[in-house]
Ligand binder design. Structure first.
Ligand code: PLP
Length: 411
């Protein structure tokens, strides 16, 4: 489904090599440093070698813990790299019809879907593409169970519960799916109203960028608090947020916790991370368009927080920049901002080895999760290219967005 490569040239954004700026690139992975002059900006660059390393960790967890791992496509969905991921995972999990169809058509393998609320038309369409259906309330189950059963697909039925436990390392309430007021999952008081004879999978999602202590605590919490219900299902899905490829994540601890859980309950275990599968496996490359000399200099980039890295404003957080440090650490402080009209389109304040100049490339790290899947073209801001940095160093533009993409969404 990739666009033809013909006619893809866009305005060149030549890489400058001032003495100061070249030290910006010293820390880049060598293949990216080598490819950088050939990458037009802005561009999200998926790093095939880093992704392969991440997949090896997923494979080890599957093998040693004896669990299934699904890719949560809400976090990361780039069909061009699915061939690198497919053999290492069991399938995908979707937030609704379009993601489920993407999983079916582009990833293959099993497709799970969870939605806070299905509609009759939506569920009918989902029956064509998804395998397993997770519900959010007893009412949704009783309304749609007959359709799932009569489809004859043999799809498993999941129920999401609110476990009353969460371990969310960023975003506070915005990203806590398990607060007492959460709309996600049946609360403990509602559990006895569920038709347990019809339910195959008990589902919880309680983590966000959580290290192994979060994963392990969730697993132990479920074992301690919900044993009676776990005894009635054939699988438990511990959701996403397991940051399994983040440096310092204790993979062995996760494996041990899953093994203990399986030994205690004799059920299948499913994990459905998104971010944990693609953490540190890609970049957003931008170019400095101008530098406004001010009390603290402000560089205007062709990448935007508001359009291209919305989590920077939502979480909020300051993304890592290669060759830069926190303000005051290196000799030159500079604020990085986007090229939109929004006053708050500020990516962050950093320090650099020397003054930034028009034409310098800025490389943001860890830019695969919740970036291009969430971006937008506010102000008519061009969307970044999607680029795949192959293991042999080739930088392949797998998608370039045009005025036509912008226009088509405006009706
Ligand atoms: C139900 C569910 N599963 C999986 C995920 C993936 O989480 P992450 O990308 O943090 O691993 C999410 C994220 O919001 C989710 O809501």
């Amino acid at each position: 489904m990739h666009q033809p490569r013909e006619g893809m040239r866009k305005e060149e954004t030549p890489l400058q090599h001032s003495t100061e700026s070249s030290s910006l690139y010293a820390e880049l992975p060598p293949r990216l440093a080598e490819a950088l002059p050939r990458i037009s900006t802005p561009a999200y660059v998926a790093d095939a070698a880093a992704l392969r390393k991440n997949m090896a960790v997923a494979e080890r967890i599957r093998a040693e813990a004896g669990c299934r791992i699904l890719l949560a496509t809400k976090s990361f969905a780039m069909p061009a790299v699915f061939p690198l991921m497919r053999d290492s995972l069991d399938g995908t999990t979707a937030s609704g019809l379009f993601e489920a169809r993407l999983g079916r058509e582009e990833f293959g393998k099993e497709v799970h879907v969870y939605s806070p609320a299905y509609t009759p038309g939506g569920l009918k369409a989902l029956l064509e593409v998804a395998d397993h259906f997770y519900f959010n309330s007893p009412e949704q189950i009783s309304r749609f169970l007959p359709a799932v059963k009569s489809s004859g697909k043999g799809g498993k039925i999941g129920i999401r519960i609110n476990p009353g436990y969460s371990n969310v390392t960023l975003g506070g309430d915005l990203y806590d799916p398990c607060s007492p007021q959460s709309r996600f999952g049946v609360s403990r008081t509602g559990l006895d109203r569920l038709p347990w004879d019809e339910i195959d999978i008990l589902h919880v999602h309680a983590l966000c960028e959580s290290m192994a202590d979060g994963s392990v605590s969730l697993i132990r919490h479920m074992a301690r608090e919900f044993g009676a219900y776990i005894g009635r299902v054939s699988a438990v899905n511990f959701g996403g947020g397991h940051f399994i490829n983040k440096q310092g994540y204790d993979v062995d601890a996760l494996i041990a916790a899953v093994r203990d859980f399986r030994a205690e309950f004799d059920v299948e275990v499913i994990l459905e991370p998104g971010s944990g599968l693609v953490v540190d496996a890609g970049y957003l490359v931008a170019t400095v368009l101008d530098v406004i000399r001010s009390e603290t200099d402000i560089a205007i980039l062709d990448a935007s927080a508001a359009c291209h890295m919305p989590d920077v404003l939502e979480v909020p957080y300051t993304p890592p920049v290669y060759g830069a440090a926190e303000p005051g650490v290196l000799p030159y402080d500079c604020i990085l901002g986007g090229n939109t009209c929004m006053a708050g389109d500020i990516i962050g304040e950093y320090s650099f080895p020397g003054p930034l100049r028009t034409g310098d490339r800025i490389v943001f790290g860890d830019m695969m999760q919740y970036s291009f899947v969430k971006n937008n073209a506010f102000n008519g801001t061009p969307l970044p290219d999607l680029v795949l940095l192959h293991e042999d160093g080739r930088a392949e533009v797998v998608r370039r967005f045009t005025y036509g993409d912008f226009r088509s969404r405006l009706g």
